[in-house]
Design a protein around this ligand. Structure first.
Ligand SMILES: C[C@](O)(CO)[C@H](O)COP(=O)(O)OP(=O)(O)OC[C@H]1O[C@@H](n2ccc(N)nc2=O)[C@H](O)[C@@H]1O
Ligand SMILES: Nc1ncnc2c1ncn2[C@@H]1O[C@H](COP(=O)(O)OP(=O)(O)OP(=O)(O)O)[C@@H](O)[C@H]1O
Length: 301
Protein backbone atom coordinates (compact mmCIF):
# COMPACT_ATOMS: atom_id res chain seq x y z
CA UNK A 1 0.00 0.00 0.00
CA UNK A 2 1.27 3.52 -0.72
CA UNK A 3 1.35 6.37 1.76
CA UNK A 4 -1.16 8.20 -0.48
CA UNK A 5 -3.56 5.23 -0.34
CA UNK A 6 -3.44 5.47 3.44
CA UNK A 7 -3.91 9.26 3.24
CA UNK A 8 -1.58 10.04 6.11
CA UNK A 9 -2.24 13.75 5.47
CA UNK A 10 -5.35 13.37 7.64
CA UNK A 11 -3.49 11.53 10.42
CA UNK A 12 -3.42 13.43 13.68
CA UNK A 13 0.21 12.80 14.66
CA UNK A 14 3.54 12.74 12.80
CA UNK A 15 7.06 12.29 14.14
CA UNK A 16 10.43 12.40 12.36
CA UNK A 17 12.94 9.58 12.97
CA UNK A 18 16.27 11.16 11.93
CA UNK A 19 19.26 9.05 10.90
CA UNK A 20 21.95 8.65 13.56
CA UNK A 21 25.54 9.22 12.41
CA UNK A 22 28.58 8.20 14.48
CA UNK A 23 31.20 10.87 13.63
CA UNK A 24 33.71 8.69 15.46
CA UNK A 25 33.14 5.35 17.15
CA UNK A 26 35.73 3.88 19.50
CA UNK A 27 35.22 0.40 20.93
CA UNK A 28 36.89 0.94 24.31
CA UNK A 29 36.24 -2.40 26.02
CA UNK A 30 33.95 -5.36 26.38
CA UNK A 31 31.51 -6.28 29.15
CA UNK A 32 31.29 -9.74 30.68
CA UNK A 33 27.97 -10.29 28.84
CA UNK A 34 29.68 -9.71 25.47
CA UNK A 35 28.34 -6.20 24.80
CA UNK A 36 31.01 -3.70 23.79
CA UNK A 37 31.81 -0.46 25.57
CA UNK A 38 31.81 2.51 23.22
CA UNK A 39 32.84 6.13 23.01
CA UNK A 40 31.05 7.84 20.15
CA UNK A 41 30.20 11.35 18.96
CA UNK A 42 26.69 11.11 17.55
CA UNK A 43 24.86 13.62 15.35
CA UNK A 44 21.55 13.41 13.49
CA UNK A 45 21.08 14.06 9.79
CA UNK A 46 18.18 15.74 8.01
CA UNK A 47 17.50 12.34 6.42
CA UNK A 48 15.11 10.03 8.23
CA UNK A 49 12.08 7.80 8.39
CA UNK A 50 8.69 9.33 9.22
CA UNK A 51 6.07 7.88 11.53
CA UNK A 52 2.34 8.76 11.31
CA UNK A 53 -0.37 7.85 13.81
CA UNK A 54 -4.14 8.04 13.74
CA UNK A 55 -5.80 7.03 17.03
CA UNK A 56 -8.77 4.68 16.63
CA UNK A 57 -10.84 2.00 18.39
CA UNK A 58 -9.16 -0.91 16.54
CA UNK A 59 -6.10 -2.63 18.11
CA UNK A 60 -2.87 -0.81 17.34
CA UNK A 61 -1.45 -1.97 13.98
CA UNK A 62 1.38 -0.95 11.67
CA UNK A 63 1.69 -0.41 7.92
CA UNK A 64 5.15 0.01 6.42
CA UNK A 65 5.52 2.00 3.20
CA UNK A 66 8.33 3.87 1.42
CA UNK A 67 11.43 3.06 -0.61
CA UNK A 68 12.82 0.55 1.91
CA UNK A 69 9.51 -0.66 3.30
CA UNK A 70 9.52 -3.84 1.27
CA UNK A 71 12.89 -4.85 2.76
CA UNK A 72 11.23 -5.26 6.11
CA UNK A 73 9.52 -8.62 5.74
CA UNK A 74 6.12 -9.54 7.09
CA UNK A 75 7.53 -10.45 10.50
CA UNK A 76 9.26 -7.09 10.71
CA UNK A 77 5.88 -5.40 10.09
CA UNK A 78 4.42 -7.56 12.86
CA UNK A 79 5.21 -7.95 16.51
CA UNK A 80 8.99 -7.98 15.90
CA UNK A 81 9.02 -4.51 14.46
CA UNK A 82 10.75 -2.07 16.74
CA UNK A 83 7.86 0.36 16.30
CA UNK A 84 5.35 -2.09 17.81
CA UNK A 85 7.85 -3.22 20.45
CA UNK A 86 8.26 0.43 21.50
CA UNK A 87 4.47 0.95 21.52
CA UNK A 88 3.98 -2.12 23.73
CA UNK A 89 6.74 -0.96 26.08
CA UNK A 90 4.99 2.40 26.46
CA UNK A 91 1.61 0.74 26.98
CA UNK A 92 3.25 -1.25 29.77
CA UNK A 93 4.54 1.93 31.36
CA UNK A 94 1.25 3.84 31.30
CA UNK A 95 -1.03 0.91 32.14
CA UNK A 96 -4.69 1.93 31.98
CA UNK A 97 -4.00 5.63 32.25
CA UNK A 98 -3.73 6.36 28.55
CA UNK A 99 -6.87 7.65 26.85
CA UNK A 100 -6.31 5.99 23.48
CA UNK A 101 -4.06 3.01 22.81
CA UNK A 102 -5.39 1.70 19.49
CA UNK A 103 -5.31 2.95 15.95
CA UNK A 104 -3.10 2.96 12.87
CA UNK A 105 0.63 3.59 12.69
CA UNK A 106 2.27 4.16 9.30
CA UNK A 107 6.05 3.93 9.02
CA UNK A 108 7.45 5.63 5.91
CA UNK A 109 10.74 3.75 5.61
CA UNK A 110 13.11 6.13 3.81
CA UNK A 111 16.35 4.87 5.40
CA UNK A 112 18.14 1.70 4.27
CA UNK A 113 17.69 -1.23 6.66
CA UNK A 114 20.56 -2.70 8.76
CA UNK A 115 22.80 0.11 7.57
CA UNK A 116 24.58 1.63 10.59
CA UNK A 117 22.47 4.80 10.77
CA UNK A 118 20.09 3.39 13.36
CA UNK A 119 16.96 3.20 11.22
CA UNK A 120 15.15 0.74 13.48
CA UNK A 121 16.43 2.49 16.60
CA UNK A 122 15.29 5.88 15.29
CA UNK A 123 11.85 4.39 14.53
CA UNK A 124 11.56 2.94 18.04
CA UNK A 125 12.60 6.25 19.59
CA UNK A 126 10.19 8.22 17.37
CA UNK A 127 7.40 5.84 18.45
CA UNK A 128 8.11 6.55 22.12
CA UNK A 129 8.08 10.33 21.51
CA UNK A 130 4.97 10.24 19.32
CA UNK A 131 2.82 7.95 21.47
CA UNK A 132 3.91 9.67 24.69
CA UNK A 133 2.42 12.82 23.12
CA UNK A 134 -0.61 11.19 21.47
CA UNK A 135 -1.63 9.22 24.55
CA UNK A 136 -0.78 12.11 26.88
CA UNK A 137 1.39 9.77 28.96
CA UNK A 138 3.74 12.58 30.03
CA UNK A 139 6.40 10.05 30.99
CA UNK A 140 9.53 11.53 32.52
CA UNK A 141 12.66 11.73 30.38
CA UNK A 142 14.26 9.18 32.72
CA UNK A 143 11.40 6.69 32.28
CA UNK A 144 11.49 7.06 28.49
CA UNK A 145 15.28 6.59 28.46
CA UNK A 146 14.92 3.42 30.58
CA UNK A 147 12.32 2.03 28.16
CA UNK A 148 14.57 2.99 25.24
CA UNK A 149 17.47 0.99 26.72
CA UNK A 150 15.34 -2.16 26.71
CA UNK A 151 14.71 -1.76 22.96
CA UNK A 152 18.32 -1.51 21.72
CA UNK A 153 21.69 0.08 22.44
CA UNK A 154 21.10 2.95 19.97
CA UNK A 155 17.53 3.75 21.03
CA UNK A 156 18.39 6.08 23.98
CA UNK A 157 20.55 8.36 21.82
CA UNK A 158 17.88 8.32 19.11
CA UNK A 159 15.30 9.32 21.72
CA UNK A 160 17.29 12.53 22.27
CA UNK A 161 18.00 12.96 18.53
CA UNK A 162 20.52 15.69 19.23
CA UNK A 163 24.30 16.03 19.16
CA UNK A 164 25.47 13.73 21.97
CA UNK A 165 28.48 11.87 23.29
CA UNK A 166 27.46 8.24 23.77
CA UNK A 167 29.32 5.91 26.12
CA UNK A 168 28.79 2.65 28.00
CA UNK A 169 26.94 0.38 25.58
CA UNK A 170 24.83 3.36 24.54
CA UNK A 171 23.11 4.32 27.82
CA UNK A 172 25.60 6.87 29.06
CA UNK A 173 24.69 10.09 27.25
CA UNK A 174 26.20 13.54 27.72
CA UNK A 175 25.74 16.68 25.64
CA UNK A 176 28.49 17.15 23.05
CA UNK A 177 29.56 20.49 21.59
CA UNK A 178 27.34 21.51 18.66
CA UNK A 179 28.86 21.48 15.21
CA UNK A 180 29.14 24.75 13.29
CA UNK A 181 26.92 24.78 10.21
CA UNK A 182 28.06 22.10 7.78
CA UNK A 183 26.79 19.71 5.14
CA UNK A 184 26.69 15.93 5.13
CA UNK A 185 26.43 13.26 2.45
CA UNK A 186 25.27 9.75 3.32
CA UNK A 187 25.87 6.81 1.00
CA UNK A 188 24.74 3.21 1.31
CA UNK A 189 25.81 0.65 -1.28
CA UNK A 190 22.70 -1.49 -0.80
CA UNK A 191 24.15 -4.40 1.16
CA UNK A 192 22.62 -4.97 4.60
CA UNK A 193 25.23 -5.49 7.32
CA UNK A 194 24.54 -7.35 10.56
CA UNK A 195 25.60 -5.40 13.67
CA UNK A 196 26.35 -8.52 15.80
CA UNK A 197 28.51 -9.99 13.02
CA UNK A 198 30.61 -6.83 12.70
CA UNK A 199 31.14 -6.66 16.48
CA UNK A 200 32.08 -10.36 16.46
CA UNK A 201 34.74 -9.77 13.79
CA UNK A 202 36.40 -6.83 15.56
CA UNK A 203 39.82 -7.79 16.97
CA UNK A 204 42.97 -6.12 18.20
CA UNK A 205 43.49 -3.57 20.96
CA UNK A 206 40.65 -1.44 22.28
CA UNK A 207 40.63 2.25 21.30
CA UNK A 208 41.05 5.04 23.89
CA UNK A 209 38.33 7.41 25.08
CA UNK A 210 38.69 10.57 22.97
CA UNK A 211 39.68 13.92 24.49
CA UNK A 212 36.69 15.94 23.30
CA UNK A 213 36.99 19.77 23.35
CA UNK A 214 34.25 21.76 25.12
CA UNK A 215 33.41 23.73 22.00
CA UNK A 216 34.48 24.22 18.39
CA UNK A 217 35.59 27.56 16.98
CA UNK A 218 35.01 26.48 13.40
CA UNK A 219 34.46 23.47 11.16
CA UNK A 220 38.18 23.10 10.46
CA UNK A 221 38.72 22.40 14.19
CA UNK A 222 36.00 19.72 14.12
CA UNK A 223 37.59 18.07 11.10
CA UNK A 224 41.08 18.22 12.67
CA UNK A 225 39.69 16.60 15.84
CA UNK A 226 37.82 13.90 13.92
CA UNK A 227 40.96 13.13 11.90
CA UNK A 228 42.56 11.96 15.16
CA UNK A 229 39.67 9.56 15.83
CA UNK A 230 38.27 6.62 13.87
CA UNK A 231 35.59 3.99 13.64
CA UNK A 232 36.76 0.75 15.30
CA UNK A 233 34.15 -1.16 13.28
CA UNK A 234 35.22 0.11 9.83
CA UNK A 235 37.78 -2.67 9.19
CA UNK A 236 35.50 -5.56 10.24
CA UNK A 237 32.61 -4.02 8.27
CA UNK A 238 34.85 -3.76 5.16
CA UNK A 239 35.65 -7.46 5.58
CA UNK A 240 31.92 -8.30 5.66
CA UNK A 241 30.99 -5.75 2.99
CA UNK A 242 33.93 -4.80 0.69
CA UNK A 243 31.96 -2.10 -1.21
CA UNK A 244 32.33 0.09 1.90
CA UNK A 245 35.93 0.71 0.76
CA UNK A 246 34.76 1.90 -2.68
CA UNK A 247 32.12 4.15 -1.15
CA UNK A 248 34.72 5.75 1.12
CA UNK A 249 37.09 6.30 -1.82
CA UNK A 250 34.34 7.91 -3.92
CA UNK A 251 33.19 10.13 -1.06
CA UNK A 252 36.75 11.24 -0.28
CA UNK A 253 37.30 12.12 -3.96
CA UNK A 254 34.35 14.54 -4.11
CA UNK A 255 35.07 18.27 -4.54
CA UNK A 256 34.74 19.92 -1.15
CA UNK A 257 34.80 16.71 0.91
CA UNK A 258 36.38 17.52 4.30
CA UNK A 259 36.43 13.97 5.63
CA UNK A 260 34.72 10.62 5.00
CA UNK A 261 34.09 7.72 7.40
CA UNK A 262 31.73 4.82 8.02
CA UNK A 263 28.87 5.24 10.53
CA UNK A 264 28.07 2.68 13.25
CA UNK A 265 28.52 -0.91 12.17
CA UNK A 266 28.07 0.03 8.50
CA UNK A 267 27.63 -0.09 5.67
CA UNK A 268 26.48 3.55 5.38
CA UNK A 269 29.33 6.06 5.10
CA UNK A 270 29.18 9.81 5.58
CA UNK A 271 31.22 12.77 4.39
CA UNK A 272 31.31 16.30 5.81
CA UNK A 273 31.14 19.39 3.60
CA UNK A 274 31.31 23.14 4.35
CA UNK A 275 27.60 23.71 3.63
CA UNK A 276 24.40 21.69 3.08
CA UNK A 277 24.36 23.04 -0.49
CA UNK A 278 27.86 21.69 -1.22
CA UNK A 279 26.74 18.35 0.24
CA UNK A 280 23.62 18.26 -1.98
CA UNK A 281 25.76 18.97 -5.07
CA UNK A 282 28.12 16.13 -4.21
CA UNK A 283 25.14 13.86 -3.54
CA UNK A 284 23.71 14.66 -6.98
CA UNK A 285 27.03 13.75 -8.64
CA UNK A 286 27.29 10.48 -6.69
CA UNK A 287 23.69 9.55 -7.47
CA UNK A 288 24.30 10.11 -11.20
CA UNK A 289 27.46 7.99 -11.10
CA UNK A 290 25.93 5.20 -8.94
CA UNK A 291 22.19 4.87 -9.55
CA UNK A 292 22.03 1.70 -7.44
CA UNK A 293 23.34 3.44 -4.31
CA UNK A 294 21.17 5.22 -1.75
CA UNK A 295 22.57 8.75 -1.58
CA UNK A 296 21.43 11.69 0.54
CA UNK A 297 22.89 15.18 0.94
CA UNK A 298 21.88 18.05 3.19
CA UNK A 299 22.31 19.48 6.68
CA UNK A 300 22.21 18.16 10.25
CA UNK A 301 19.25 18.29 12.64
C1 LIG B 1 27.23 0.15 16.52
C2 LIG B 1 26.14 1.13 16.94
O1 LIG B 1 25.26 1.40 15.86
C3 LIG B 1 26.80 2.45 17.34
O2 LIG B 1 25.89 3.52 17.44
C4 LIG B 1 25.33 0.58 18.10
O3 LIG B 1 26.17 0.28 19.19
C5 LIG B 1 24.48 -0.63 17.74
O4 LIG B 1 23.25 -0.43 18.37
P1 LIG B 1 21.97 -1.36 18.06
O5 LIG B 1 21.91 -1.69 16.60
O6 LIG B 1 20.81 -0.67 18.72
O7 LIG B 1 22.39 -2.65 18.83
P2 LIG B 1 21.47 -3.76 19.55
O8 LIG B 1 20.31 -4.06 18.67
O9 LIG B 1 21.23 -3.34 20.97
O10 LIG B 1 22.49 -4.97 19.55
C6 LIG B 1 22.74 -5.78 18.45
C7 LIG B 1 23.95 -6.63 18.76
O11 LIG B 1 25.14 -5.84 18.56
C8 LIG B 1 26.11 -6.15 19.54
N1 LIG B 1 26.41 -4.94 20.33
C9 LIG B 1 25.59 -3.86 20.26
C10 LIG B 1 25.90 -2.72 20.97
C11 LIG B 1 27.06 -2.71 21.77
N2 LIG B 1 27.41 -1.63 22.48
N3 LIG B 1 27.86 -3.80 21.83
C12 LIG B 1 27.56 -4.92 21.10
O12 LIG B 1 28.30 -5.89 21.16
C13 LIG B 1 25.54 -7.27 20.37
O13 LIG B 1 25.98 -8.48 19.78
C14 LIG B 1 24.05 -7.12 20.18
O14 LIG B 1 23.36 -8.34 20.35
N1 LIG C 1 11.37 -0.38 12.09
C1 LIG C 1 12.46 -1.06 11.72
N2 LIG C 1 13.32 -0.51 10.84
C2 LIG C 1 14.44 -1.17 10.47
N3 LIG C 1 14.78 -2.37 10.92
C3 LIG C 1 13.96 -2.97 11.80
C4 LIG C 1 12.76 -2.34 12.23
N4 LIG C 1 12.17 -3.16 13.09
C5 LIG C 1 12.94 -4.26 13.18
N5 LIG C 1 14.02 -4.17 12.40
C6 LIG C 1 15.10 -5.16 12.27
O1 LIG C 1 16.28 -4.60 12.90
C7 LIG C 1 17.47 -4.94 12.16
C8 LIG C 1 18.46 -3.77 12.25
O2 LIG C 1 17.99 -2.73 11.44
P1 LIG C 1 18.47 -1.20 11.60
O3 LIG C 1 18.07 -0.51 10.33
O4 LIG C 1 18.02 -0.61 12.88
O5 LIG C 1 20.04 -1.42 11.66
P2 LIG C 1 21.23 -0.42 11.75
O6 LIG C 1 20.94 0.78 10.86
O7 LIG C 1 22.48 -1.17 11.50
O8 LIG C 1 21.15 0.07 13.23
P3 LIG C 1 22.34 0.52 14.18
O9 LIG C 1 23.06 1.64 13.50
O10 LIG C 1 21.54 0.95 15.39
O11 LIG C 1 23.18 -0.71 14.39
C9 LIG C 1 17.01 -5.25 10.74
O12 LIG C 1 17.61 -6.42 10.32
C10 LIG C 1 15.48 -5.38 10.80
O13 LIG C 1 15.02 -6.66 10.41
Amino acid sequence: MTVAALDVSSFAFTEAAPAKVNLYLHVTGRRADGYHLLDSFVVFAGAGDVLHYQPGPEPLHLHIVGRFGRLLDASAAGADNLVLKAARALQGLCGTQAHVQGGTLVLDKKLPVASGIGGGSADAAATLRLLDRAWNVQASREDLLKLAETLGADVPVCLLSQTTRMEGIGENLTPAPHLPECGMVLVNCGQAVSTPEVFRRRDGAFAPRAAMPEHWDNLADVVAFLAQQGNSLEAPACAVCPPVGHVLADLSGQDGCLMARMSGSGATCFALFATPQAARQAADRLEDAHPAWWVWGGGLV
